[in-house]
Design a protein around this ligand. Structure first.
Ligand code: SOE
Length: 406
């Protein structure tokens, strides 16, 4: 931290969707929260000079560079914010930690367990030297999700029996959608599983305070070849270089389009998880329901200012799911915003994330989720992938002997 003016000079690598969401949060956080340090949007990094210069202007960064190694090693940078595809998270975060920078890394932490282990180990070493690190599971910082956790922690649901989580999108239902980096294993590590499944794994563990100890999974890639980005027409070269006539060049999809799994949690709960990019009509539909011995609670991202709460301890005649509007001043994070009933949005979760990160750095606290927390999510992702590959717990249904009318 710059001791002269209590500034945290931030360098961000990446300027696409998450770069824009993080920039909005860095621009806003010190204007809505009274914090012990101020974030300075000092430097943004991207590979293309023209595009990163435009991003610096549009997103509000003081300067730009195309060299992330320079960024992490500069003496005038205190925080490195990693907003790149997963295949560069480890390299950038490890270099930044080694250079004594505080690190915020987007989710999932890495593309492999090995990378995540190295990052968690480096973060633990750096922590001893006062360096803070956090993984960007932003949905933890939706006020309603934090309140969900509080309800569970306060025992209002009793013993947790079921966790039911789905994160559904539909942006690649069209088979002509191009083979972008999120559909390539070497860039993204996995598909829907790591991109959106990671969110519901982290969120449910955060809310219940329980950890997933075992899974049984299936995954599917519905569309196995897609046009290459900017795909030229003409002879269509498939992934093995063979040419099969006219049409855009095609490439192999190497990640899952959908992942479905059941899980056991260490507190005894049974859980079901669904992450899909083929849920036609579902744009960014994250829904979590927790059932306990004394009640249930439901969070729906499309109604992110609300919780549905069922209190089984109420008189039977009064029981039913109530709708809690999580906009009161004493609800998590809400004191900084508007009067009750004036709702907030998706982008506010990132501002809350930066609030907590800045406060942790300035006070010497350890921010959550830590890289160790994110490693645990990576271990679950890995187990789901191995379970799906093995098909070990899959029992075929015996075919009916004769065709039956259905
Ligand atoms: C996927 O399209 C995605 O951008 C995720 O990568 C984000 O983590 C999620 O918040 C929104 O959807």
């Amino acid at each position: 931290m710059s001791t002269t003016d209590n500034q945290l000079r931030v360098g961000m690598v990446g300027y696409a969707f998450m770069g824009a969401a993080h920039s909005q949060a860095w621009r806003t956080v010190n204007r809505v929260y009274d914090l012990p340090a101020r974030a300075r949007m000092a430097l943004i990094c991207g590979r293309d000079t023209g595009k990163v210069a435009e991003a610096a202007d549009r997103l509000g960064w003081d300067a730009y560079t195309t060299d992330w190694r320079d960024l992490v090693n500069r003496d005038d940078i205190d925080v490195v914010d990693v907003c790149t595809p997963g295949d560069s998270h480890a390299e950038i975060a490890l270099a930044a930690l080694a250079a004594g920078k505080h690190v915020l890394c987007e989710k999932p932490l890495a593309n492999t367990v090995e990378e995540a282990r190295a990052m968690a180990a480096a973060a633990a070493t750096a922590q001893a030297a006062g360096v803070r690190s956090m993984c960007g599971f932003n949905y933890r910082r939706v006020p309603a999700v934090t309140m969900m956790r509080q309800l569970v922690a306060d025992g209002r649901l009793g013993v947790i029996r079921h966790v039911r989580a789905a994160y559904l999108q539909d942006w690649i239902v069209d088979p002509q959608f191009p083979l972008v980096w999120r559909l390539q294993k070497d860039r993204a590590g996995s598909g829907a599983l790591g991109d959106i499944g990671a969110h519901i794994i982290d969120l449910t563990q955060y809310v219940t305070g329980q950890r997933i100890t075992g899974v049984s999974a299936v995954t599917e890639t519905f569309v196995k070849e897609r046009p290459l980005p900017g795909g030229s027409s003409g002879l269509a070269a498939t992934v093995d270089g063979s040419v099969d006539g006219q049409g855009p060049a095609l490439g192999q999809v190497t990640v899952d389009d959908a992942a479905v799994f059941v899980a056991r949690l260490d507190g005894g709960a049974l859980a079901t998880y669904e992450a899909s990019r083929f849920a036609t009509g579902r744009k960014n539909a994250l829904r979590v329901e927790i059932n306990g011995s004394l009640g249930s609670v439901v969070f729906d991202l499309e109604r992110l200012n609300e919780l549905e709460f069922y209190d089984a301890t109420r008189p039977t005649a009064e029981q039913g799911f109530s709708r809690i509007l999580v906009t009161e001043g004493d609800h998590p994070y809400m004191s900084a915003w508007w009067p009750p009933g004036h709702i907030i949005g998706y982008e506010h979760s990132f501002t809350h994330q930066m609030r907590d990160f800045i406060e942790a750095i300035a006070t010497g606290a350890d921010p959550a989720p830590s890289f160790a927390d994110a490693l645990q999510v990576q271990l679950v992702l890995d187990a789901v992938g191995r379970s799906a590959d093995l098909g070990s717990s899959w029992t075929e249904v015996e075919p009916a002997l004769t065709a039956v009318a259905v």
